[in-house]
Design a protein around this ligand. Structure first.
Ligand code: FPP
Length: 235
């Protein structure tokens, strides 16, 4: 990547198109997710090499439980497999955080998630956020409930509630907002992903399906991001 290019601080990626990728090849949908998980691993490594502060992958939404059990189980198995690999990213030094409501998980997967978060919490490299059972509206409602409880219990005053305090009650607490949201597969929707955090983000939509997504596609997206004139509401 040419040295004059500004690398975003935090990219949010909606990994979309796994099902269509598999369908085109007459394969089961889970084969698309498997290829998608491999791409996730490679693009994570590339984000590290590019020097990003954070990257957030949308892996499983609060709505994805509606899919057939076989597909949900397949995604959960891939998560176990690739989370172990993510945890082995010694060289990359990632701090791994799971965004989302963990109360839906139990057993081996939950233990793995908690273990990875604990063991990587002091790492100084890129933050790797994996959104699992994540929904932005759900996140905002939880934040509002937790703030309300603290007001009720006299721990904070109503007047203390401002944007900064509210942000601290979200799963992304302490992290820079994403400056760039990327959605491959041709769909042009945010799908309940980082609604609060992406208030000033640039959106780039690409026609490639996630399992076909390459490092060169990320380069293209970052070049597109560089063409945008970010004014943050100013002139
Ligand atoms: C969206 O494509 C993708 C998902 C709902 C699952 C994403 C999961 C993975 C890539 C596997 C595991 C993740 C990690 C982090 C290891 P879709 O199925 O909605 O595609 P379609 O719109 O073409 O049907």
């Amino acid at each position: 990547m040419d040295g004059s290019i500004t690398i975003p601080k935090h990219i949010g990626i909606i990994m979309d198109g796994n099902g269509r990728w598999a369908k085109k090849r007459l394969l089961p949908r889970n084969m698309g997710h498997k290829k998608g998980a491999e791409v996730f691993q490679d693009i994570t490594r590339y984000c590290n090499e590019l020097g990003l502060e954070a990257v957030t992958f949308y892996a499983f939404s609060t709505e994805n439980w509606k899919r057939p059990a076989e597909e949900v189980n397949g995604i959960m198995s891939l998560l176990k497999e690739y989370l172990v690999k993510a945890f082995d990213y010694e060289k990359e030094n990632n701090r791994v955080i799971f965004l989302g409501d963990k109360s839906a998980f139990s057993g081996e997967l939950l233990d793995l998630m908690l273990d990875i978060e604990e063991k990587t919490k002091d790492r100084t490299g890129m933050t790797l956020n994996i959104a699992l059972n994540y929904g932005s509206r759900n996140e905002i409602v939880h934040a509002a409930q937790n703030i309300a409880k603290r007001v009720r219990d006299g721990q904070i005053a109503l007047e203390d509630i401002d944007e900064k305090l509210f942000s601290d009650y979200l799963y992304t607490k302490g992290q820079p907002d994403p400056d760039f949201i990327l959605r491959p597969s041709g769909e042009k929707r945010l799908s309940n992903f980082l609604l609060w955090q992406s208030a000033y983000a640039e959106f780039v939509y690409m026609d490639v399906l996630w399992p076909d997504f390459t490092r060169a596609d990320l380069d293209k997206a970052i070049i597109e991001f560089n063409k945008r004139n970010r004014r943050f509401g100013g002139v």
